[in-house]
Design a protein around this ligand. Structure first.
Ligand SMILES: Cc1ncc(COP(=O)(O)O)c(C=O)c1O
Length: 400
């Protein structure tokens, strides 16, 4: 049984938007290039399972997560498609991965040896691996052609192990300056060529994230790894491209649980950092920083109520936040509030919140807590979901 939610705060996720975004990427890929949908961190907060399903429906051929735990969760939920763990998997967990048919990223011999040992005892072979090359991110991966060749040679000599892929990750693909990305690509291709000189053919060479996929079609190679833009968000402050019209998939919603009129001089929330300078109407919403609504938005962030902007009044608390709703007419308890997303004709973009928080949109969506139920919409209607909200989604706020 999946847990139900009785609270008046939810994240509304359009699976239609995710399908649209995945299809948009598919349409723009170079011939023969596969789409890998990156659904790590619970699908960037959107729900890994539902996102994966939507991306697969739209034609994605491969999935990626950061950790083996995430991969096993997807397998347990019934996802049987190819699935790569992008991060490090400790040797002690490798057998579990191989038995689950999960593709592993390898860049050290101890992990490769664990894959070899697991392949020898598992019926789920070949054990698929992708070799990670560090071309400038300075995070994980082999750094030299010698290291890469040595791991590749060892891998192809082992029965039951398939060296299916080789990949690298760009550090500055979302920047307007292409110099470093081109240099990373050059380093990557140089290593790929060295391996191929040894007579080793690796079928899936991949390096592009969302930004690079949109910006550098010449680097698509055999597969691209699209994360943030699958969710309809742009990887940088760069403006949207005509070729990739994206639809943000998530809206974050709540409702007023109390409305009160306070007199001049009334302090609001912890520390009394907001003091009413006029007769003020305060609306309280049941969402706070434990839900991913950052405390740094205190007295600075806006939300939407009846299509109008309202400002956060005082400090964001752990579970509740107050809004100055004085300027919006006819407000009452139960009215829907949009933390980000659509309200009437108005739209508050997650990028605006990211900027106020001095961070990137990735972090804002990832921060939305586990206790916020995800409500899925498919073909414009509420869909079966892992969590579901008790009660109706306000009609006026349903995506069109
Ligand atoms: C190795 C790797 N590939 C692909 C991605 C997807 O990147 P993006 O979300 O910018 O598309 C990530 C995300 O951080 C990553 O770590």
């Amino acid at each position: 049984m999946h847990p139900a939610s009785y609270r008046d705060t939810w994240a509304e996720i359009s699976l239609d938007a995710i399908e649209h975004n995945a299809r948009t990427f598919k349409k723009n890929l170079q011939r023969g290039c596969k789409l890998m949908a990156v659904v790590k961190a619970d699908g960037y907060g959107h729900g890994a399972y539902e996102t994966a399903r939507a991306a697969l429906r739209a034609g994605a051929e491969y999935l990626a997560v950061a950790l083996l735990d995430e991969a096993l969760e997807l397998r347990a939920a019934g996802i049987t498609e190819p699935l790569l763990v992008l991060g490090y998997t400790p040797p002690r967990s490798v057998e579990k991965a191989v038995r689950a048919g999960v593709t592993l990223t390898v860049f050290t011999t101890d992990v490769l040896e664990a894959v070899e040992a697991a392949a020898a005892v598992s019926s789920r072979t070949p054990a698929r691996i992708h070799l990670k090359v560090d071309t400038g991110m300075t995070r994980i991966g082999v750094r030299t052609a010698e290291e890469a060749r040595s791991i590749a040679r060892q891998a192809i000599q082992t029965p039951g192990v398939a060296l299916e892929g080789i990949f690298t990750h760009f550090a500055t693909a979302d920047s307007a300056d292409d110099t470093f990305t081109r240099e990373q690509f050059r380093r990557f291709m140089n290593i790929v060529d060295h391996i191929s000189d040894d007579g080793i053919d690796i079928p899936l060479r991949h390096c592009c994230n969302s930004a690079a996929t949109m910006q550098y079609p010449d680097m698509h190679l055999d597969m691209v790894r699209v994360g943030i833009s699958l969710y309809g968000l742009l990887p940088s402050v760069a403006s949207e491209r005509d070729t990739h019209p994206l639809k943000p998939a998530m809206q974050f919603k709540t409702r007023l649980v109390q409305v009160k009129d306070v007199e001049v001089g009334t302090p609001v929330s912890y520390g009394g950092t907001f003091i009413a300078e006029r007769p003020t109407r305060i609306g309280t919403i049941p969402a706070g920083y434990a839900d991913g609504l950052s405390r740094s938005l205190s007295n600075r962030g806006d939300m939407l109520l009846h299509g109008r902007r309202v400002r956060i009044a005082g400090r964001v608390c752990m579970d509740q936040t107050m809004l100055d709703i004085t300027d919006v007419e006819n407000t009452e308890e139960g009215d829907p509030v949009t933390i980000f997303g659509k309200s009437g004709d108005a739209f508050l973009h997650v990028d605006e919140i990211a900027e106020l928080m001095d961070t990137i949109n990735y972090e804002v969506v990832c921060l939305i807590g586990k206790r916020v139920p995800r409500v899925y919409l498919y073909k414009g209607k509420p869909a079966a979901s892992v969590n579901h909200l008790i009660g109706e989604i306000p009609a006026q706020d349903s995506p069109s």
